[in-house]
Design a binder for this molecule. Structure first.
Ligand code: SF4
Length: 392
Protein backbone atom coordinates (compact mmCIF):
# COMPACT_ATOMS: atom_id res chain seq x y z
CA UNK A 1 0.00 0.00 0.00
CA UNK A 2 1.47 3.34 -1.01
CA UNK A 3 -0.19 5.01 1.95
CA UNK A 4 -2.68 3.64 4.44
CA UNK A 5 -6.21 4.96 4.59
CA UNK A 6 -5.70 7.31 7.50
CA UNK A 7 -2.60 8.79 5.97
CA UNK A 8 -4.42 9.31 2.71
CA UNK A 9 -7.08 11.43 4.42
CA UNK A 10 -6.74 15.13 4.30
CA UNK A 11 -8.67 17.18 6.86
CA UNK A 12 -11.90 18.15 5.23
CA UNK A 13 -15.23 19.36 6.46
CA UNK A 14 -17.65 16.48 6.97
CA UNK A 15 -21.15 16.67 5.49
CA UNK A 16 -23.08 13.90 3.76
CA UNK A 17 -21.71 10.52 2.87
CA UNK A 18 -20.78 9.64 -0.68
CA UNK A 19 -20.08 6.47 -2.65
CA UNK A 20 -17.65 6.46 -5.55
CA UNK A 21 -18.10 3.98 -8.38
CA UNK A 22 -15.04 3.48 -10.61
CA UNK A 23 -15.81 1.91 -13.98
CA UNK A 24 -13.07 -0.20 -15.59
CA UNK A 25 -14.52 -1.44 -18.90
CA UNK A 26 -11.81 -3.96 -19.84
CA UNK A 27 -12.39 -7.71 -20.05
CA UNK A 28 -10.35 -10.69 -21.22
CA UNK A 29 -13.19 -11.75 -23.51
CA UNK A 30 -16.81 -10.71 -23.91
CA UNK A 31 -19.23 -13.15 -22.22
CA UNK A 32 -22.11 -14.33 -24.40
CA UNK A 33 -24.85 -12.82 -22.23
CA UNK A 34 -23.14 -9.53 -21.42
CA UNK A 35 -24.61 -6.18 -22.39
CA UNK A 36 -22.58 -4.17 -19.88
CA UNK A 37 -20.35 -1.38 -21.09
CA UNK A 38 -17.25 -3.52 -21.49
CA UNK A 39 -14.95 -4.80 -24.23
CA UNK A 40 -11.98 -7.12 -24.64
CA UNK A 41 -8.69 -5.34 -23.95
CA UNK A 42 -5.80 -6.71 -21.92
CA UNK A 43 -3.24 -4.09 -22.95
CA UNK A 44 -1.63 -2.63 -19.83
CA UNK A 45 -0.73 0.60 -21.62
CA UNK A 46 -4.34 1.16 -22.65
CA UNK A 47 -5.42 0.54 -19.06
CA UNK A 48 -2.87 3.06 -17.75
CA UNK A 49 -3.88 5.62 -20.39
CA UNK A 50 -7.55 5.23 -19.40
CA UNK A 51 -6.70 5.45 -15.68
CA UNK A 52 -4.95 8.79 -16.29
CA UNK A 53 -8.09 10.21 -17.82
CA UNK A 54 -10.23 8.76 -15.05
CA UNK A 55 -7.98 10.34 -12.42
CA UNK A 56 -8.30 13.68 -14.23
CA UNK A 57 -12.07 13.22 -13.96
CA UNK A 58 -11.81 12.38 -10.25
CA UNK A 59 -9.77 15.50 -9.63
CA UNK A 60 -12.36 17.63 -11.44
CA UNK A 61 -15.24 16.08 -9.54
CA UNK A 62 -13.40 16.51 -6.23
CA UNK A 63 -13.35 20.27 -6.79
CA UNK A 64 -17.16 20.25 -6.98
CA UNK A 65 -17.95 17.56 -4.37
CA UNK A 66 -14.77 17.06 -2.33
CA UNK A 67 -15.62 19.53 0.41
CA UNK A 68 -19.23 18.57 0.87
CA UNK A 69 -19.02 14.83 1.32
CA UNK A 70 -17.21 12.08 3.17
CA UNK A 71 -16.62 9.06 0.97
CA UNK A 72 -17.59 5.89 2.80
CA UNK A 73 -17.75 3.42 -0.08
CA UNK A 74 -15.63 2.94 -3.19
CA UNK A 75 -16.56 0.31 -5.76
CA UNK A 76 -14.26 -0.82 -8.59
CA UNK A 77 -16.65 -2.39 -11.11
CA UNK A 78 -16.68 -3.16 -14.78
CA UNK A 79 -15.80 -4.81 -16.96
CA UNK A 80 -13.21 -6.81 -15.12
CA UNK A 81 -11.28 -4.68 -12.61
CA UNK A 82 -9.13 -7.71 -11.74
CA UNK A 83 -7.74 -7.66 -15.28
CA UNK A 84 -6.14 -4.34 -14.44
CA UNK A 85 -2.74 -4.25 -12.78
CA UNK A 86 -2.97 -3.59 -9.02
CA UNK A 87 -0.63 -0.60 -9.40
CA UNK A 88 -3.39 1.11 -11.42
CA UNK A 89 -6.01 0.31 -8.78
CA UNK A 90 -3.62 1.74 -6.18
CA UNK A 91 -3.12 4.91 -8.22
CA UNK A 92 -6.87 5.45 -8.58
CA UNK A 93 -7.43 4.76 -4.86
CA UNK A 94 -4.67 7.25 -4.04
CA UNK A 95 -6.41 9.87 -6.16
CA UNK A 96 -9.66 9.31 -4.23
CA UNK A 97 -7.91 9.46 -0.86
CA UNK A 98 -5.89 12.53 -1.69
CA UNK A 99 -8.79 14.50 -3.17
CA UNK A 100 -11.72 13.46 -0.98
CA UNK A 101 -12.19 12.97 2.71
CA UNK A 102 -12.54 9.17 3.12
CA UNK A 103 -14.03 7.53 6.21
CA UNK A 104 -11.60 5.35 8.17
CA UNK A 105 -13.96 2.39 7.87
CA UNK A 106 -14.78 2.89 4.18
CA UNK A 107 -15.95 -0.20 2.30
CA UNK A 108 -13.71 -0.58 -0.76
CA UNK A 109 -15.00 -3.29 -3.14
CA UNK A 110 -13.45 -4.74 -6.25
CA UNK A 111 -14.97 -7.14 -8.76
CA UNK A 112 -12.85 -10.18 -9.56
CA UNK A 113 -13.20 -12.57 -12.48
CA UNK A 114 -11.79 -15.89 -11.26
CA UNK A 115 -9.88 -16.35 -14.51
CA UNK A 116 -7.80 -13.22 -14.00
CA UNK A 117 -6.47 -13.10 -10.44
CA UNK A 118 -3.58 -14.85 -8.72
CA UNK A 119 -2.33 -14.63 -5.16
CA UNK A 120 0.05 -11.73 -5.83
CA UNK A 121 -2.65 -9.70 -7.46
CA UNK A 122 -5.14 -10.31 -4.66
CA UNK A 123 -2.53 -9.41 -2.02
CA UNK A 124 -1.72 -6.24 -3.93
CA UNK A 125 -5.40 -5.23 -4.08
CA UNK A 126 -5.56 -5.66 -0.35
CA UNK A 127 -2.48 -3.52 0.09
CA UNK A 128 -4.10 -0.90 -2.12
CA UNK A 129 -6.87 -0.65 0.49
CA UNK A 130 -9.50 -2.97 -1.04
CA UNK A 131 -11.60 -4.42 1.82
CA UNK A 132 -14.19 -6.45 -0.07
CA UNK A 133 -14.00 -8.72 -3.11
CA UNK A 134 -16.91 -9.63 -5.33
CA UNK A 135 -16.08 -12.84 -7.20
CA UNK A 136 -18.00 -13.44 -10.43
CA UNK A 137 -18.47 -17.21 -10.08
CA UNK A 138 -21.85 -17.24 -11.90
CA UNK A 139 -22.02 -21.05 -11.74
CA UNK A 140 -20.11 -24.13 -10.61
CA UNK A 141 -21.32 -26.17 -13.55
CA UNK A 142 -18.88 -26.46 -16.46
CA UNK A 143 -21.61 -26.68 -19.14
CA UNK A 144 -23.27 -23.55 -17.77
CA UNK A 145 -19.99 -21.65 -17.68
CA UNK A 146 -19.37 -22.64 -21.29
CA UNK A 147 -22.91 -21.63 -22.28
CA UNK A 148 -22.36 -18.20 -20.68
CA UNK A 149 -18.96 -17.81 -22.37
CA UNK A 150 -17.11 -17.37 -19.09
CA UNK A 151 -13.31 -17.68 -19.22
CA UNK A 152 -12.95 -19.63 -15.96
CA UNK A 153 -13.76 -23.01 -14.50
CA UNK A 154 -15.33 -24.04 -11.22
CA UNK A 155 -11.83 -24.85 -9.92
CA UNK A 156 -10.65 -21.31 -10.74
CA UNK A 157 -13.46 -19.90 -8.60
CA UNK A 158 -12.72 -22.19 -5.64
CA UNK A 159 -9.03 -21.37 -5.91
CA UNK A 160 -9.61 -17.60 -6.16
CA UNK A 161 -11.84 -17.72 -3.11
CA UNK A 162 -9.27 -19.72 -1.11
CA UNK A 163 -6.53 -17.29 -2.14
CA UNK A 164 -8.70 -14.33 -1.15
CA UNK A 165 -9.02 -15.84 2.32
CA UNK A 166 -5.27 -16.61 2.42
CA UNK A 167 -4.34 -13.01 1.77
CA UNK A 168 -6.78 -11.82 4.44
CA UNK A 169 -10.07 -10.82 2.80
CA UNK A 170 -12.82 -11.19 5.39
CA UNK A 171 -15.62 -9.78 3.27
CA UNK A 172 -16.23 -11.66 0.03
CA UNK A 173 -19.23 -11.84 -2.27
CA UNK A 174 -19.98 -14.69 -4.66
CA UNK A 175 -22.07 -13.75 -7.72
CA UNK A 176 -24.35 -16.42 -9.16
CA UNK A 177 -26.71 -16.57 -12.15
CA UNK A 178 -29.64 -18.98 -12.39
CA UNK A 179 -32.36 -19.73 -14.92
CA UNK A 180 -30.21 -21.07 -17.76
CA UNK A 181 -32.21 -22.84 -20.54
CA UNK A 182 -31.10 -26.36 -19.62
CA UNK A 183 -30.72 -25.78 -15.94
CA UNK A 184 -32.48 -28.19 -13.64
CA UNK A 185 -33.47 -27.57 -10.03
CA UNK A 186 -30.71 -30.05 -9.11
CA UNK A 187 -27.89 -28.19 -10.89
CA UNK A 188 -29.03 -24.89 -9.40
CA UNK A 189 -29.27 -26.50 -5.96
CA UNK A 190 -25.70 -27.70 -6.37
CA UNK A 191 -24.57 -24.18 -7.36
CA UNK A 192 -26.17 -22.48 -4.40
CA UNK A 193 -25.07 -25.18 -1.97
CA UNK A 194 -21.50 -25.02 -3.24
CA UNK A 195 -21.51 -21.25 -2.71
CA UNK A 196 -22.97 -21.60 0.80
CA UNK A 197 -20.40 -24.29 1.68
CA UNK A 198 -17.62 -21.81 0.86
CA UNK A 199 -19.03 -19.53 3.58
CA UNK A 200 -18.70 -16.16 1.83
CA UNK A 201 -20.13 -13.18 3.69
CA UNK A 202 -22.39 -12.26 0.77
CA UNK A 203 -24.11 -14.05 -2.12
CA UNK A 204 -25.83 -12.38 -5.10
CA UNK A 205 -28.19 -14.47 -7.22
CA UNK A 206 -29.55 -13.05 -10.43
CA UNK A 207 -31.95 -14.59 -12.90
CA UNK A 208 -30.41 -14.77 -16.40
CA UNK A 209 -31.59 -11.90 -18.59
CA UNK A 210 -31.12 -12.43 -22.30
CA UNK A 211 -30.56 -8.93 -23.63
CA UNK A 212 -31.04 -7.90 -27.23
CA UNK A 213 -27.79 -7.54 -29.14
CA UNK A 214 -25.91 -10.22 -27.21
CA UNK A 215 -24.73 -13.47 -28.87
CA UNK A 216 -27.06 -15.36 -26.54
CA UNK A 217 -30.01 -13.34 -27.80
CA UNK A 218 -29.02 -14.19 -31.39
CA UNK A 219 -28.92 -17.91 -30.53
CA UNK A 220 -32.31 -17.67 -28.89
CA UNK A 221 -33.76 -15.93 -31.96
CA UNK A 222 -32.33 -18.66 -34.18
CA UNK A 223 -34.12 -21.21 -32.03
CA UNK A 224 -30.95 -22.81 -30.69
CA UNK A 225 -32.44 -23.06 -27.24
CA UNK A 226 -35.68 -22.57 -25.39
CA UNK A 227 -35.76 -20.26 -22.42
CA UNK A 228 -36.70 -21.62 -19.03
CA UNK A 229 -40.34 -21.17 -18.04
CA UNK A 230 -41.16 -18.38 -15.60
CA UNK A 231 -42.46 -20.96 -13.17
CA UNK A 232 -39.16 -22.89 -13.13
CA UNK A 233 -37.22 -19.63 -12.87
CA UNK A 234 -39.25 -18.59 -9.81
CA UNK A 235 -38.91 -22.04 -8.25
CA UNK A 236 -35.14 -21.68 -8.46
CA UNK A 237 -35.34 -18.20 -6.99
CA UNK A 238 -37.34 -19.37 -3.98
CA UNK A 239 -35.12 -22.42 -3.53
CA UNK A 240 -32.14 -20.06 -3.33
CA UNK A 241 -33.79 -17.88 -0.69
CA UNK A 242 -34.72 -20.92 1.37
CA UNK A 243 -31.20 -22.37 1.25
CA UNK A 244 -29.57 -19.03 2.01
CA UNK A 245 -31.86 -18.20 4.92
CA UNK A 246 -31.38 -21.72 6.26
CA UNK A 247 -27.64 -21.09 6.26
CA UNK A 248 -27.93 -17.84 8.23
CA UNK A 249 -27.90 -15.32 5.39
CA UNK A 250 -30.25 -12.36 5.51
CA UNK A 251 -32.13 -11.91 2.24
CA UNK A 252 -31.93 -8.11 2.26
CA UNK A 253 -32.59 -7.19 -1.37
CA UNK A 254 -34.42 -8.93 -4.23
CA UNK A 255 -31.23 -10.61 -5.49
CA UNK A 256 -28.84 -10.26 -2.58
CA UNK A 257 -28.24 -12.02 0.73
CA UNK A 258 -25.55 -11.47 3.34
CA UNK A 259 -24.41 -12.67 6.72
CA UNK A 260 -25.57 -10.14 9.36
CA UNK A 261 -23.54 -6.95 9.07
CA UNK A 262 -22.21 -7.74 5.58
CA UNK A 263 -24.82 -6.22 3.27
CA UNK A 264 -23.11 -4.28 0.48
CA UNK A 265 -22.96 -0.74 1.82
CA UNK A 266 -22.21 0.62 -1.65
CA UNK A 267 -25.16 -1.07 -3.38
CA UNK A 268 -27.48 -0.07 -0.54
CA UNK A 269 -26.78 3.54 -1.54
CA UNK A 270 -28.43 2.92 -4.91
CA UNK A 271 -31.57 1.55 -3.29
CA UNK A 272 -31.69 4.20 -0.56
CA UNK A 273 -31.18 7.18 -2.87
CA UNK A 274 -27.93 8.20 -1.22
CA UNK A 275 -25.33 10.21 -3.09
CA UNK A 276 -22.78 8.53 -5.31
CA UNK A 277 -20.41 9.64 -8.02
CA UNK A 278 -19.60 7.40 -10.96
CA UNK A 279 -16.28 7.95 -12.69
CA UNK A 280 -15.11 6.38 -15.93
CA UNK A 281 -16.64 5.56 -19.29
CA UNK A 282 -20.46 5.70 -19.20
CA UNK A 283 -20.56 5.98 -15.40
CA UNK A 284 -23.73 7.33 -13.77
CA UNK A 285 -24.00 9.58 -10.70
CA UNK A 286 -26.62 10.82 -8.29
CA UNK A 287 -25.46 13.73 -6.18
CA UNK A 288 -27.13 16.81 -4.77
CA UNK A 289 -30.53 15.73 -6.17
CA UNK A 290 -29.15 15.54 -9.71
CA UNK A 291 -28.67 12.48 -11.89
CA UNK A 292 -25.97 12.68 -14.53
CA UNK A 293 -23.97 10.34 -16.74
CA UNK A 294 -20.71 10.26 -18.63
CA UNK A 295 -20.45 9.57 -22.32
CA UNK A 296 -20.14 5.89 -23.19
CA UNK A 297 -18.16 6.68 -26.36
CA UNK A 298 -14.49 5.86 -25.82
CA UNK A 299 -13.07 8.63 -28.05
CA UNK A 300 -15.33 11.27 -26.49
CA UNK A 301 -14.40 10.18 -22.98
CA UNK A 302 -10.68 9.99 -23.69
CA UNK A 303 -10.70 13.25 -25.66
CA UNK A 304 -12.53 15.31 -23.00
CA UNK A 305 -10.46 18.12 -21.50
CA UNK A 306 -12.35 18.22 -18.20
CA UNK A 307 -14.97 16.29 -16.29
CA UNK A 308 -17.77 18.55 -17.49
CA UNK A 309 -17.05 17.65 -21.12
CA UNK A 310 -17.52 13.97 -20.26
CA UNK A 311 -21.09 14.51 -19.09
CA UNK A 312 -23.65 13.66 -21.78
CA UNK A 313 -26.78 14.24 -19.77
CA UNK A 314 -27.72 15.74 -16.48
CA UNK A 315 -31.11 16.01 -14.89
CA UNK A 316 -32.25 17.74 -11.72
CA UNK A 317 -34.87 15.50 -10.16
CA UNK A 318 -38.20 17.15 -9.45
CA UNK A 319 -39.70 16.50 -6.03
CA UNK A 320 -42.15 14.07 -7.64
CA UNK A 321 -39.31 12.14 -9.29
CA UNK A 322 -37.43 11.95 -5.99
CA UNK A 323 -40.53 10.58 -4.27
CA UNK A 324 -41.19 8.04 -7.01
CA UNK A 325 -37.55 6.80 -7.05
CA UNK A 326 -37.45 6.63 -3.26
CA UNK A 327 -40.46 4.28 -3.32
CA UNK A 328 -39.59 1.91 -6.14
CA UNK A 329 -35.91 1.71 -5.24
CA UNK A 330 -36.68 1.37 -1.52
CA UNK A 331 -39.09 -1.49 -2.15
CA UNK A 332 -36.19 -3.52 -3.58
CA UNK A 333 -34.98 -3.86 0.00
CA UNK A 334 -36.83 -6.63 1.83
CA UNK A 335 -37.07 -4.43 4.92
CA UNK A 336 -39.35 -2.23 2.80
CA UNK A 337 -40.12 1.44 3.32
CA UNK A 338 -40.74 3.00 6.71
CA UNK A 339 -43.71 5.29 6.02
CA UNK A 340 -42.96 7.55 9.00
CA UNK A 341 -39.45 8.04 7.68
CA UNK A 342 -41.00 8.80 4.29
CA UNK A 343 -43.16 11.50 5.91
CA UNK A 344 -40.17 13.04 7.69
CA UNK A 345 -38.10 12.93 4.52
CA UNK A 346 -40.66 14.48 2.16
CA UNK A 347 -42.97 16.27 4.59
CA UNK A 348 -45.93 14.42 3.05
CA UNK A 349 -48.04 11.46 4.01
CA UNK A 350 -47.36 8.44 1.78
CA UNK A 351 -51.06 7.52 1.59
CA UNK A 352 -52.00 10.98 0.33
CA UNK A 353 -49.82 10.40 -2.71
CA UNK A 354 -50.09 6.68 -3.38
CA UNK A 355 -53.30 5.47 -1.71
CA UNK A 356 -55.06 4.03 -4.73
CA UNK A 357 -52.20 2.11 -6.37
CA UNK A 358 -50.86 0.83 -3.06
CA UNK A 359 -54.26 -0.49 -1.91
CA UNK A 360 -54.71 -2.18 -5.29
CA UNK A 361 -51.25 -3.86 -5.01
CA UNK A 362 -52.07 -4.96 -1.47
CA UNK A 363 -55.39 -6.43 -2.57
CA UNK A 364 -53.54 -8.40 -5.25
CA UNK A 365 -51.15 -9.75 -2.63
CA UNK A 366 -48.06 -8.02 -4.01
CA UNK A 367 -47.46 -5.62 -1.11
CA UNK A 368 -48.04 -5.88 2.62
CA UNK A 369 -48.32 -3.11 5.22
CA UNK A 370 -47.83 -3.58 8.93
CA UNK A 371 -46.47 -1.41 11.77
CA UNK A 372 -45.90 1.47 9.38
CA UNK A 373 -43.70 -0.58 7.04
CA UNK A 374 -44.60 -1.26 3.42
CA UNK A 375 -42.83 -4.18 1.75
CA UNK A 376 -43.05 -6.67 -1.10
CA UNK A 377 -44.72 -9.98 -0.34
CA UNK A 378 -43.28 -13.25 -1.60
CA UNK A 379 -45.47 -12.88 -4.70
CA UNK A 380 -44.39 -9.23 -4.93
CA UNK A 381 -40.73 -10.34 -5.04
CA UNK A 382 -41.61 -12.45 -8.10
CA UNK A 383 -43.52 -9.65 -9.79
CA UNK A 384 -41.48 -6.71 -8.54
CA UNK A 385 -41.38 -4.95 -11.92
CA UNK A 386 -45.17 -5.00 -11.98
CA UNK A 387 -45.17 -3.32 -8.55
CA UNK A 388 -42.50 -0.74 -9.42
CA UNK A 389 -44.35 0.29 -12.60
CA UNK A 390 -47.17 1.66 -10.39
CA UNK A 391 -44.77 4.14 -8.78
CA UNK A 392 -42.85 5.33 -11.85
S1 SF4 B 1 -16.61 -10.42 -17.36
FE1 SF4 B 1 -18.48 -9.30 -16.76
S2 SF4 B 1 -18.33 -7.32 -17.81
FE2 SF4 B 1 -16.82 -8.71 -18.77
S3 SF4 B 1 -17.88 -9.54 -20.53
FE3 SF4 B 1 -18.19 -11.00 -18.84
S4 SF4 B 1 -20.12 -10.35 -17.85
FE4 SF4 B 1 -19.44 -8.67 -19.17
Amino acid sequence: MTTINNERNSKRREKGSLGIYVHLPFCAKKCRYCDFLSFPNDDHEAHAYYANQLIMELVGKSVVYGNDFTVNTIFFGGGTPSLVDPSIIDEIADAVYSRFRVADDAEVSLEVNPGTADENKLAAYRNAGVTRLSIGAQSFDSDTLKFLGRIHTERDTLRTFALARDVGFENVNIDLIFGMPDETPETWKRDIETAVAMEPEHISFYSLQIEEGTPLFGDMERGRFETLSDIDDRRMYHAAIETLEGAGYVHYEISNAAKPGFASRHNLKYWSMEDYLGVGLGAHSYAGGRRFANTDVWNDYMGACDHDMMTTWSHKNSRGEDISEYVFLGLRKTEGIDLEQFRRHFGKDFWEIYNEETRMLMERGLLEHSDGILRLTRLGLDLSNRVFSEYV
